[in-house]
Design a protein around this ligand. Structure first.
Ligand SMILES: Cc1cc2nc3c(=O)[nH]c(=O)nc-3n(C[C@H](O)[C@H](O)[C@H](O)COP(=O)(O)OP(=O)(O)OC[C@H]3O[C@@H](n4cnc5c(N)ncnc54)[C@H](O)[C@@H]3O)c2cc1C
Length: 495
């Protein structure tokens, strides 16, 4: 299918931003006063606040609260437009970006480009694990996990009513003891031990087993040994089993297999597995590397110049989770600060101001919540734990949630979940749980479920012509039968 170029709406400098995550959104917003036209091309229609995905998966928040529509956020920014589409190619020589949505292709030209396409889940070469252990990267992932987690309790209730062993249904395994894994394990434990404790008759949800597995010797390695130990202790108090030094070697429908350093192998029977173990930078990094020679690291992140541009292409900036620069971590602030830096650099060039010099990251610290009223925080050399860290987490996340309405409703939902024992967002559907696998079985995914451009109209026109002829013949025969007085007359007696 021939790609359709978008004709520029003006002669102003055209900036294309790839992605509507932290880098994409903050980069676009930072250009609001610049004399440019910005086109944000993103494969989802929302801006996703990934750090709270686990709360959607465990029924605390709704997806709308952490994923507001990008179009609405940018509706007041006159120099910005939003284009839905998955970028499949970047041509650095032609300065174009090609995107696809449901078999429709668009080519968008640029004068400056900010690539902020983030990272995906990595199964370390075992992509088949993903069928049974979804990751935590998108709203689809979170809703699927919500369906799987609450669904497991439902299936256990049915099994227990029939007198079956339901241990595998009441065992939840989280792979990866980084912030996402720790938060997820803590929330499933709270769900089982607090929220659901009165809701079932045949099972006791408090008997659910939550296991957090990691190949590393400690939880939360980037937080240092002391906070890692503290977090492990808090998790164990919550009833989470923390299994360290265990490498997951197999995942199937009914469980996981893990191997320890001494060579011993252990299996955990569990229907619900969650993969929070690794990240792989967006494959667009490979496209850029092939054209520039900039190397990729093991996680697929591209080496960029100190000013976040690509070697030989000063008009192309790469920011956030896609870059390998000075061991910068894959966190929201790296993407936000990088995107703001790139936007300012573009503006400076257009207004003939000097460059800002190399990009400098300002580390504002890291936090992970373990349960209600329990968190760990690392801010510079300061190590905080317990309620103080939890309150800081609450305040910070409230600031960064996009939109006033979302802040108010999130606060309300936190009140319900943390002060009370309820969870407001427990709705799950069969499609949430199974749609990903079903779509995965189609050759081109959702594109196979709609007609290609033009095909629908052509098919409809043939259908209309045939149907019209049928209807006309039918009407003629009806009239003839009536006029000839032949209704009710057996066929052999008709004249
Ligand atoms: C579960 C989870 C919890 C986290 N918790 C924290 C935390 O507590 N604190 C913290 O600082 N960081 C946290 N992070 C990391 C943080 O979210 C990332 O570092 C940050 O989102 C990176 O921003 P980005 O703009 O590079 O990528 P993203 O925010 O991931 O945005 C990428 C964007 O690109 C779009 N995209 C991808 N491919 C294409 C394509 N081919 N074409 C068009 N669009 C595309 C995506 O749809 C998305 O809009 C967490 C991440 C996860 C997954």
């Amino acid at each position: 299918m021939a790609a359709q170029p978008i004709s520029p709406t003006s002669q102003r400098h055209r900036v294309v931003v790839i992605g509507s995550g932290f880098g994409g959104l903050f980069g676009t917003k930072a250009l609001r006063r610049a004399d440019v036209d910005v086109t944000m091309v993103a494969k989802t229609t929302h801006h996703l606040f990934q750090p709270l995905l686990y709360q959607v998966a465990t029924g605390i928040l709704s997806q709308g609260e952490i994923a507001p529509p990008t179009r609405e956020i940018l509706s007041g920014q006159k120099n910005a437009q939003v284009l839905l589409g998955e970028v499949t190619d970047i041509d650095l020589e032609a300065r174009t970006v090609t995107s696809q949505v449901l078999g429709r292709s668009t080519v968008t030209p640029y004068d400056s480009l900010i690539v902020a396409a983030g990272a995906g889940q990595s199964y370390f070469g075992n992509d088949h694990f993903s069928e049974f252990a979804p990751g935590m990267k998108s709203i689809d992932d979170a809703l699927e996990l919500r369906g799987r987690i609450f669904g497991a309790f439902e299936m256990a209730e049915i099994g227990a009513t029939r007198g079956e062993n339901v241990d595998h249904l009441l065992t939840f395994v989280v792979v990866g003891a980084g912030p996402t894994g720790v938060e997820m394990a803590g929330q499933i434990a709270e769900l089982a031990h607090r929220t659901l404790k009165k809701d079932f008759r045949a099972i006791n949800s408090r008997h659910a087993r939550v296991v957090l597995v990691d190949a590393a010797p400690q939880v939360l390695p980037p937080f240092g040994k002391k906070l890692g130990e503290k977090a492990k202790g808090e998790l164990e108090k919550l009833g989470v089993e923390v299994v360290l030094g265990a490498m997951v070697t197999d995942v199937d429908e009914r469980g996981i297999e893990m191997k320890f350093k001494d060579g011993s192998v252990e299996r955990i029977d569990s229907v619900t597995k969650i993969w929070a173990a690794g990240v792989q930078a967006n494959p667009l990094g490979r496209t850029l590397s092939d054209q520039t020679g900039a190397p990729l690291d093991r996680a697929g992140r591209i080496a960029v110049n100190p000013d976040l541009t690509l070697p030989g292409y000063p008009e192309v900036f790469v920011v956030g989770d896609m870059i390998a620069l000075d061991n910068l971590p894959g966190v929201a602030q790296v993407a936000i600060q990088g995107a703001k830096y790139a936007a300012k650099e573009i503006d400076n060039r257009l207004s003939s101001k000097p460059s800002q010099g190399p990009f400098r990251y300002f580390d504002k610290g890291s936090m992970a919540i373990i349960s209600r009223f329990r968190a760990v925080a690392l801010i510079g050399s300061l190590r905080l734990t317990g309620v103080v860290a939890w309150l800081m987490w609450l305040a910070l996340h409230l600031i960064y949630i996009t939109g006033f309405k979302n802040r108010v409703t999130a606060l309300l939902h936190w009140f319900v979940s943390f002060i009370g024992r309820g969870r407001s967002e427990r709705t799950t559907t069969e499609q949430q749980i199974f749609a990903r696998s079903a779509l995965g079985r189609l050759k081109r995914g959702a594109a196979d479920l709609v007609s290609d451009p033009g095909i629908y109209d052509a098919a409809r026109s043939v259908l209309e012509t045939t149907r019209r002829a049928e209807l006309e013949a039918q009407a003629e025969e009806e009239a003839r039968l009536t006029d000839a007085g032949q209704r009710g007359v057996p066929a052999e007696q008709r004249a």
